[in-house]
Design a protein around this ligand. Sequence first.
Ligand SMILES: NC(=O)c1ccc[n+]([C@@H]2O[C@H](COP(=O)([O-])OP(=O)(O)OC[C@H]3O[C@@H](n4cnc5c(N)ncnc54)[C@H](OP(=O)(O)O)[C@@H]3O)[C@@H](O)[C@H]2O)c1
Length: 274
Amino acid sequence: MRPTVAILGAGAMGEILATGLLRAGWQTDELVLAVRRPERVKEAEMRTGITTLLDTAAAAAGRDVVVISVKPKDVPTLLEQVADVITTDQIVVSLAAGVPIAVFAEQLEGVPIVRAMPNTPAAVDEGVTAYVGGEHVDEQALATAAAILGAVGETIALSEDLMDAVTAVSGTGPAYVFLLAEAMTEAAIREGLPHHAAELLVHQTVRGAGTLLVESGKSAFRLRGEVTSPGGTTAAAMHVLDEGGFRALMEDAIHSAAQRSRDLGARARRDPPA
Ligand SMILES: NC(=O)c1ccc[n+]([C@@H]2O[C@H](COP(=O)([O-])OP(=O)(O)OC[C@H]3O[C@@H](n4cnc5c(N)ncnc54)[C@H](OP(=O)(O)O)[C@@H]3O)[C@@H](O)[C@H]2O)c1
């Protein structure tokens, strides 16, 4: 039987998960959303068909799984709102970047808590989510959480100390690829290609390269080697990227995102509820 799910904080990620669950077979009456601003109630209901409440405690009460999808800074306030209604036979799944399981465990004594980091390609069922279970999460609870997260893509169980790195790599990762696509499109236009052709060529190249990478079983290094012949066009481009410090920049960017994730978590620990 499908677990009932409350999604508290139906913003970008919350809505992506909600609509993914609907595509995966969940019925609207097995789901409930909670939002903060009254004007968002109608909006979320219209877009998803799922009952949307302003009362987070009412949304959370009695659901098998409570997904927390508010910004990290809003976690303490949300926990204040729902701590009294969440019981130990429910499962809490937090999507909040950087916020450690300990922050939830402090307020939700004995409740199984799963910390997860999805990404936005979940909107097309091509997401990837890393997750980790806290102290009270047994095999069944972890499987339930994995089934919900797996409705919108791949999942991988990892230890909690790696979650900030995950946030920096796959949580933030789509933005790196979108930036690359933007930059390639602009360069294509400067080389004389019409806008629509530049977009088609870039978008399909990103999709094709991604699919090839996942489906061929070959490493990125090997696939890159297969398009790079000595003295050829790819070699000329790779030389410019290497000289320009592309790898070092990517390393710095990912490091900076991981550090930011740690900072957000530290803030969620320190900030008193508003
Ligand atoms: N977006 C991503 O790519 C991504 C990827 C992985 C993980 N995440 C994580 O997912 C979480 C949500 O991110 P997001 O991008 O979806 O942010 P978002 O679009 O700002 O959504 C968060 C939503 O939570 C609502 N909210 C805040 N406090 C609330 C409360 N007490 N009760 C009910 N609703 C409340 C906000 O309402 P208002 O609109 O009224 O402020 C907002 O709509 C974050 O913790 C983030 O770290 C996001």
